[in-house]
Design a protein around this ligand. Structure first.
Ligand SMILES: N[C@@H](CCC(=O)N[C@@H](CS)C(=O)NCC(=O)O)C(=O)O
Length: 208
């Protein structure tokens, strides 16, 4: 498999985490978002949306959108499972993933921030915008996850993938986690986990 991604892209990081947790091998294909490579013709021919991640599977077909890619991986490589067995816990895990993936991350994506800048926001206003949406999302996640272990159990899964990737963005934008002890607990566990260590943005082929 070939993973088109960028070291510090939140949604790329999610897919790297799913691949690492399932111990799947892949070729890392960097797409430099700061240089605008996502908008170049060769990449647009693969993914017309011009975004990462995209996963080319062994048949040569290209999959886009991190939730769809992670779901594909879960279906084709079911072990270790990323979702709990219990249907209620599964729904809770998917709920946290959707909260982050639909309601937080899209609001600080590169193209959204550039649109704000183009509409007259200065950098201070852009940073306040980012901090507002990330903090609001994390405050809700703090109340939705469990009191021990990872978000929903002893093993990391879908919700942890979304949360840990989002925390990298939170750190980049200097968002304090002081009010979120459960989230800090999950982050501390992930820091020691080989899959999370492997997939971290600090350790990728295109990391400066
Ligand atoms: N919903 C998509 C989001 C993909 C996305 O927004 N990717 C960002 C990087 S995290 C990107 O490629 N941005 C490039 C741009 O906005 O030009 C997913 O989960 O895969």
């Amino acid at each position: 498999m070939d993973l088109f991604n960028y070291f510090r892209s939140t949604s790329s990081y999610r897919v790297r985490l799913a691949l690492a947790l399932k111990q799947l091998e892949y070729q890392y294909v960097p797409v430099n978002l700061l240089k605008g490579e996502q908008g170049q013709a060769d990449f647009l021919a693969l993914n017309p949306q011009g975004r990462v991640p995209a996963l080319r599977i062994d048949s040569g077909e290209l999959l886009v959108q991190s939730p769809a890619i992670i779901e594909y991986l879960e279906e084709v490589y079911p072990q270790p499972a990323l979702l709990p067995q219990d249907p209620v816990l599964r729904a809770r895990a998917r709920g946290v993933a959707a909260l982050i993936g639909c309601d937080v991350h899209p609001l600080h994506n590169v193209s959204v921030l550039n649109q704000l800048r183009g509409s007259g926001f200065n950098e201070e206003q852009v940073n306040a915008w980012i901090a507002h949406w990330i903090s609001q999302g994390l405050a809700a996640v703090e109340k939705l996850i469990g009191d021990e272990g990872y978000c929903f159990g002893e093993e990391p899964g879908l919700a942890d993938i979304y949360l840990i990737a989002q925390l990298y963005a939170a750190d980049r934008f200097n968002i304090s986690l002081a009010d979120y002890p459960r989230i800090r607990r999950v982050a501390a566990l992930a820091e020691e986990h080989p899959a999370f260590i492997q997939a971290h943005p600090a350790r990728q082929p295109d990391t400066p």
